[in-house]
Design a protein. Structure first.
Length: 344
């Protein structure tokens, strides 16, 4: 072989070695993923990851469906309808405590702070959460804010059994408050706040009781799956968790592009509303002091233990799951890949 041909051969080999791995449809892990609500600005990361290649580049082919409340997520996961989902940690922990045989576990924290709240009219008579006692609240049965309202009621010192619940479909929740057909509504601020604004009740017209401001320093939304999925498909689980968290960070750093991808997926998206909803998600749920210091999905066992204990005591549950039974962080990517701070 001549010197020229030898150099050409070595160059060709170098190009092959440096080339990115080609991901084929056959090599992708197929994973069924559920949100806990409709596709909106809070989940722009899912649309972005699906359309900018993050999911595929991590070797995952997601089937992503909307959800019907955080209370439904662990039920659907346990039933095998989905492999993994995003939902509020409080109803998930309650489900784990009540159904230990269903093998549900959280594997990542996507949103460090809880968005759960109760909202009343700013021009109404309710100025303190204690004044909710005996009032009528409207919410879907599986709504995350409703699911954990008894914990909130206990924290502020009212009897949750005095509340009259109006169980309605999701699309009727905010109109019930706007039309004065309910004293208040529960939900996630990312849903109720923006939906009320879209109906003409802007932020100053809403009096929002954020649960986290009343001693409930709870984790917000996490990734929920089963130990069976982790055991039987560990590589798929690891790839899916990494892909979702990577997409979440990408959406935070590229908010306008993330909303563009959301609009492409959901053509009826109101860009102005969903851009604001996305920012509210970042401000209210995602970027806490803890996340600024340690990155996404930083898990503190002592904080989780307080959340577990509050749930068990409020609902008089016969079993208290351990922190290790609730959360398994062994499938997370390295902390260096979960930094969200500017310049990280």
């Amino acid at each position: 072989m001549t010197d020229i041909s030898r150099r050409q051969a070595l160059l060709g080999a170098g190009v092959l070695l440096a080339a990115p791995r080609i991901v084929t449809a056959q090599s992708l892990h197929r994973v069924r993923f559920t949100l806990d609500w409709v596709f909106h600005g809070s989940y722009s990361f899912a649309a972005a990851g699906e359309r900018n290649g993050i999911f595929r580049n991590n070797g995952v082919d997601f089937t992503i469906n909307r959800g019907f409340g955080s209370g439904r997520v662990p039920i659907d996961i346990a039933a095998g309808t989905y492999d993994i989902g995003i939902g509020d940690m409080t109803p998930a922990i309650r489900f784990m405590a009540e159904n230990p045989q269903r093998d549900i576990v959280a594997v990542a924290i996507v949103y460090d702070q809880s968005p759960a709240c109760c909202t009343v009219r700013a021009d109404g008579p309710i100025t303190d959460p204690k004044m909710l006692a005996g009032k009528t609240l409207a919410a879907p049965e599986f709504d995350g804010g409703r699911q954990i309202f008894p914990v909130f009621a206990r924290a502020v010192g009212i009897d949750a059994s005095t509340i009259r619940w109006n169980s309605i479909s999701p699309e009727l929740r905010e109109p019930m408050l706007v039309q004065r057909r309910a004293d208040g509504i529960t939900g996630f601020i990312t849903s109720t706040g923006l939906s009320l604004k879209a109906l003409g009740m802007d932020w100053p017209q809403q009096r929002i009781f954020r649960y986290k401001n009343y001693g409930m320093d709870f984790y917000g939304s996490g990734l929920i799956t089963t130990r069976t999925f982790l055991r039987e498909r560990p590589e798929a689980a690891r790839a899916a968790i990494k892909a979702i968290l990577q997409a979440t960070i990408w959406a935070y750093r590229n908010p306008a592009e993330a909303i563009t991808f959301l609009k492409q997926r959901e053509t009826l998206t109101d860009v102005a509303i969903e851009t604001e909803r996305q920012q509210v998600t970042f401000d209210e749920m995602m970027i806490s002091d803890t996340v600024k210091r340690h990155g996404l999905s930083y898990f503190e066992p002592a904080r989780a233990q307080k959340q577990i204990q509050a749930i068990v005591e409020t609902f008089s549950l016969p079993r208290t799951p351990s922190v290790d039974q609730v959360f398994d962080g062994s499938f997370l990517p390295p902390a260096s890949e979960l930094q969200v701070a500017t310049g990280a």
